[in-house]
Design a protein around this ligand. Sequence first.
Ligand code: GDP
Length: 189
Amino acid sequence: MEIKSAVFVKGSPTVDGLFDDGLPHIAFMGRSNVGKSSTINAITKTKGLAKVSGDPGATTHINLFLINNKFYIVDLPGYGFVKGSVGKRDVLHGVIESYLRHPHRGEQTVVLIIDAKVGPTADDLDILQTVEEHGKKIVVAVNKIDKLKNSELKNQLEKIQKLVGGHILVPYSAEKKIGLPALLTAFSS
Ligand code: GDP
């Protein structure tokens, strides 16, 4: 698939503000700073579409981007960063859960982004389990592979695969633009 157009449609603090026009959703999830915005910008080849933030946890809105007039990329708030109020982390988990629970007529796929070097954190595995419980199609996207040597990458991918179970793993680097076609194929097929 080739992305020909990518347009920011709206940002909403809650799922109630989302459209349900029957178009498919590709929902991107990941902990703060994992490179979710960089990934959305890289696959849409649109610099600045999603903000690349120096302040983890800054984006608490759900952002919707219309792609090729055919489906939405849903940018869900990054989780796992606890700053200031103790309750913020629970709020962000809550936003993701309410998105998953929200009735939607179109197909929904979840792209869970994890860090190649760090591997899945307890938060990542927690979110993965929640997504599984909701029966969504899941792609586990392993970003920042440029941080690992080739010899380390193979072992690390095997470790990650064991931890996440049988889901499709897609290793890539948003920054170095490695593996992006495979990521597009994984969530659009
Ligand atoms: P978000 O909080 O998940 O949206 O993450 P951002 O896209 O804002 O990225 C967080 C940081 O990770 C930024 O400093 C990015 O430049 C960096 N980053 C994102 N993708 C990659 C990657 O593939 N490789 C490396 N080395 N750094 C990356």
